[in-house]
Design a protein around this ligand. Structure first.
Ligand code: PMP
Length: 393
């Protein structure tokens, strides 16, 4: 049935899909349902899911409490174009956990980063953007190298300093843990140093926490480092599996947003009650959840993979397997791995009932709904297949 759906989809969507990573050879499995750590496809086959919709589903699929709240809310109407109590409660939770002064809720990570960058340009009256080589912030013009977008390597704070010292840049936008070129954690001091250089040069530091926000603990990742960014973006987890994201930060910047200031930003679906309800319930659950379990699950996966020579980068609840025996510290290192071997690992995993990201540069995610034995068995399989592929079979 997946094959038949794909045949029809190819006539409708570019390469048959609505986001590029969803296509893989020969055709993607079409999903019918998800519960906990598992998804079921339209042909009735079950998979343990380590994609988790690319990050939002930290509680797993269809968490009963989130589902119940959303069902209840849908019965009261889906959108009003007017404020609701839930958005206030949601905002208070995010503010307390992140330390940002104020925020604006939007619908996607792309929107959040786009507006954060626009706001930085508006506030600094500068036109250039500095981003990290291999960093991804959504599909808008600011994400791509051009005359107005320059790039530097992750974990090279000296290069960041030199670029920012030109005082041409409205902002530096960075994922505190890279998650779109495989997982690459920051080395000691990197985030603190670039925060200092941003301040020295009058550029805004935008922390893109779309993946990392509320992933490694009930806080944005920068709070581990005692860094205070000027602007922050959240998405994925804060929407509880529905479309919701936000940008926020320091008072002096956020007060420039209309109608308080003259920076235009608006949206019909912004803070829609269904997304806010899912996000609020998810954050309430997470605020009472011990992240130690997610850390333990990550440790189990990493331990299984340590039987290989492969490079495994990780943070709590997120990891990458690189076909290399050398450290991966930035996008260049990641691109120089044997990434050509990854699609075969993906294919063997899929056949064995494990759904991995189809592309080597996407993060493997874990959720609170995964079981210890499930993770141990799954990653033992991936370790064995990884070893075989690395040795050439
Ligand atoms: N920033 C980061 C760090 C992301 O990983 C992504 C999406 N993977 C985005 C922004 C864009 O978010 P969205 O897909 O919700 O537009």
């Amino acid at each position: 049935m997946s094959a038949e759906l794909f045949r029809r989809a190819q006539k409708l969507f570019p390469r048959g899909v609505n986001s590029p990573v969803r296509f893989y050879e020969p055709y993607p499995i079409y999903i019918k349902s998800g519960r906990g750590s598992k998804i079921k496809d339209v042909d009735g086959k079950e998979y343990v899911d380590y994609v988790l919709a690319y990050g939002p589903l930290i509680l797993g699929h269809s968490n009963p409490k989130v589902v119940e709240k959303v069902k209840e809310k849908v019965g009261e109407g889906t959108i009003y174009g007017a404020p609701t109590e839930a958005e206030v409660e949601f905002g208070e939770l995010v503010k307390n956990a992140s330390g940002i002064d104020r925020m604006r809720i939007v619908n996607s990570g792309t929107e959040a980063t786009m507006h954060a960058i626009r706001l930085a340009m508006h506030a600094t009256r500068r036109k250039k953007i500095l981003k990290i080589n291999g960093g991804y912030h959504g599909t808008h013009p600011f994400n791509f190298p051009s005359d107005s977008v320059d790039t530097v390597d992750f974990n090279s704070s000296e290069n960041v300093r030199a670029k920012l010292a030109t005082r041409e840049f409205a902002c530096l936008i960075v994922e505190p843990v890279m998650g779109n070129i495989g997982v690459i954690p920051p080395e000691d001091g990197f985030l603190e140093e670039i925060a200092q250089y941003s301040e020295d040069s009058g550029s805004c530091l935008i922390m893109d926490e779309v993946i990392t926000g509320f992933r490694t603990g009930f806080f944005p990742y920068y709070r581990r480092k005692k860094v205070v960014p000027d602007l922050v973006t959240f998405g994925k987890i804060v929407g509880g599996g529905l479309p919701l994201a936000l940008f926020g930060g320091k008072e002096e910047l956020m007060k420039k947003v209309r109608p308080e200031g003259d920076f235009q930003q608006a949206g019909t679906y912004s803070a829609n009650p269904i997304s806010v309800t899912a996000g609020l319930e998810t954050l309430k659950i997470l605020s009472k959840t011990d992240y130690g379990k997610l850390k333990e699950l990550t440790g189990i996966a990493v331990k299984e993979l340590s039987s290989t020579d492969l490079t495994v980068n990780f943070e709590t609840g997120m990891l990458s397997i690189f076909f290399s025996d050398k450290p991966v510290r930035n996008a260049r290192d990641a691109q120089n791995t044997r990434k050509d071997l990854y699609p075969e690992l993906f294919r063997r995993a899929l056949q064995n009932g494990i759904f991995l990201p189809p592309s080597f540069d996407e993060t493997i995610f874990l959720s609170f709904s995964h079981g210890r034995d499930e993770v141990a068995a799954g990653f033992a399989f991936l370790a064995e297949e990884g070893k075989r592929l690395w040795k050439g079979s």
